[in-house]
Ligand binder design. Structure first.
Ligand code: ABC
Ligand code: CA
Length: 496
């Protein structure tokens, strides 16, 4: 699928080993399985492509219509100083599948099951680096043989050096890791390497009908490598560009390196405003979000997340659930595709960092709660506006650019087409304040509804709206306002 086909989607990120347990239909492939999955042990907990199939209902019932799964290729399968490669990123042979997750029939079955639901399949891929238990240049050749690597010639790698993150050339040519499990940097300028990787990705995408790729460590490969690679893939490419530097991130689009990147810059804005404790830095969020809109030609292709397998769980950093609710509105209803990390919907709080942020989901059950319902609601609002091409002032939700129509140090109102999200970082304690949006753009005396609670309001003089964080006991909840007439059209909040 293309970027244009992806942009309406909402993505659920899965660590294959950790999302769903073995069952009758998904028997264990790996042994021994730990009795309980302790992420600190960095070993397999047993999830497979088949076990994901068992739980697709759970994902779809929250309104997601795409999944992103761990890398599918073969990994080194030995004990290392970081124990085992349960995460799938230590790929030593892209051309074979990882038997820990299943075989070719199993991956085909997952792809089929996903497509039968009209969902998309995104696969994580690693080309920048290849693991080695050795870390000296002279021994690279031996290491490759010892690790049974697909790449048997040292000329397929750059010589060892440590990355200097202030120097982009070094970021591209040096090794991501040089101790314990070294990550040898692939020579992505070598003609044989280029053509081999291109043929591999063409074949992987077509064999398993993959709809999109999440490209690991994309900033560690010269940008000019990607158009040929993503062209060979023929599907949407979204790169992992781990940076808060908006200008650098935007180059992936402006230079035409790939369709898009995961929204690290926006993430840092969300963290500034909503993470850790109430009364954070809202103006930083607004500045960053506005700059993202100004810098990316296609902000609607970004992937917006609050947590992932390399970062702290949001609810590990942030105890107050109100901050999470506001942050999720900003995650789901801003330009870009929402990307929710498995467990976010269960308020998973374990994990300030890798490996603790990758706990198994199954001990928490797959129950519905406040956060799963909020996610379903946000996905539903977004999907319905997009499907029905709802417009405001002649612009659809997708085409309208978010505009920050009112703000204080702790509150912001964002108009995006037919909706106005009103967010605060005041947190749970009620405060004797209200936040006024003097001109919403709607007329005076219009009936509007908060789509999160279905409470109705009327606009005041000049089309104003005011929300109160005091007496009514709501605390700092988010609001998503829409005209009642539009909500009727979408059939949201009409069940009373
Ligand atoms: C293993 C162990 C860990 C141990 C670690 C040292 O080694 O498991 O317990 O702590 C995979 C596995 C990991 C494993 C690694 C290494 O391999 O998943 O468990 O860790 O063996 C991707 C993937 C990631 C994956 C790899 C490697 C790459 O998402 O899961 O890891 O295939 C860098 C890379 C990025 C990479 C990330 C982990 O490291 O760029 O591609 N992720 C700065 C740098 C970033 C850097 C980041 C974190 O630090 O600029 O490039 O990411 O190290 C902002 C700045 C940013 C800055 C942040 C911190 O602050 O703007 O630039 O990021 O303000
Ligand atoms: Ca590189």
């Amino acid at each position: 699928a293309t970027a244009e086909e992806w942009r309406s989607r909402s993505i659920y990120q899965i660590i294959t080993d950790r999302f769903a347990p073995v069952s009758d239909t998904a028997p264990a492939l790996t042994s021994p399985l730990p009795d309980d999955c302790d992420p600190g042990q960095q070993t397999w907990c047993g999830g497979t492509w088949r076990s994901i199939i068992d739980k697709l209902d759970y994902i779809q019932n929250m309104g997601f219509d795409a999944i992103w799964i761990s890398p599918v290729s073969r990994n080194i399968d030995v004990q290392t100083p970081y124990n085992y490669s349960y995460h799938g990123y230590w790929v030593n042979d892209p051309t074979s599948l990882n038997p820990r997750f299943g075989d070719s029939d199993d991956l085909l079955a997952l792809s089929d099951a996903v497509h039968k639901r009209n969902m998309y399949l995104m696969v994580d891929i690693v080309v920048n680096n290849v693991p080695s238990l050795d870390n000296t240049t002279s021994q690279t050749a031996d290491a490759l043989v010892a690790d049974d690597s697909f790449w048997q010639d040292p000329s397929y790698f750059h010589p060892i050096c440590n990355i200097d993150y202030d120097n982009q050339t070094s970021v591209e040519y040096c090794w991501l890791e040089t101790t314990n499990v070294s990550l040898m940097d692939v020579n992505t300028e070598n003609a044989y390497v280029i053509s081999t990787l291109q043929s591999w990705i063409t074949s992987l995408v077509s064999t398993y009908s993959i709809d999109g790729l999440r490209i690991d460590a994309a900033k560690h490969v010269p940008g000019t490598f990607w158009p040929g690679f993503c062209g060979a893939a023929g599907v949407f490419c979204i790169g992992e560009v781990y940076t808060s530097d908006i200008g650098f991130g935007a180059e992936f689009q402006t230079e035409g390196w790939m369709d898009s990147i995961l929204g690290y810059p926006y993430y840092y804005g969300l963290m500034d405003a909503f993470s850790v404790a109430p009364m954070g830095n809202m103006s930083s969020y607004i500045t960053i979000a506005q700059s993202v809109l100004n810098s990316f030609p296609h902000p609607e292709y970004l992937g917006n997340f609050l947590e992932n397998h390399d970062l702290a769980r949001f609810r590990n950093l942030t105890v107050d659930p109100r901050l999470g609710q506001n942050a999720m509105v900003a995650q789901f209803l801003f330009e870009g595709m929402p990307v929710a990390y498995y467990g976010q919907e269960q308020d998973m709080a374990e994990g300030s960092r890798d490996p603790y942020n990758r706990a198994a989901l199954w001990p928490l059950g797959y129950e519905n709660g406040t956060t799963t319902e909020l996610i379903l609601r946000l996905n539903t609002i977004r999907h319905k506006m997009i499907e029905q091409n709802m417009t405001w002032n002649g612009e659809t939700y997708m085409d309208a650019r978010s505009s920050f129509i009112a703000y204080t140090d702790y509150d912001v109102a964002i108009r995006k087409g037919p909706i106005i999200s009103v967010l605060t970082n005041r947190g749970s304690p009620t405060q004797n304040v209200s936040f006024g949006v003097p001109s919403t753009g709607w007329a005076r005396n219009e009936a509007v509804v908060d789509l999160l609670t279905c409470n109705e309001f009327a606009t005041g003089s000049g089309g104003s709206i005011s929300v109160s964080y005091s007496a009514d006991g709501y605390g700092g909840l988010p609001y998503v306002f829409m005209l009642v007439s539009d909500a009727r059209t979408l059939n949201i909040c009409t069940n009373d």
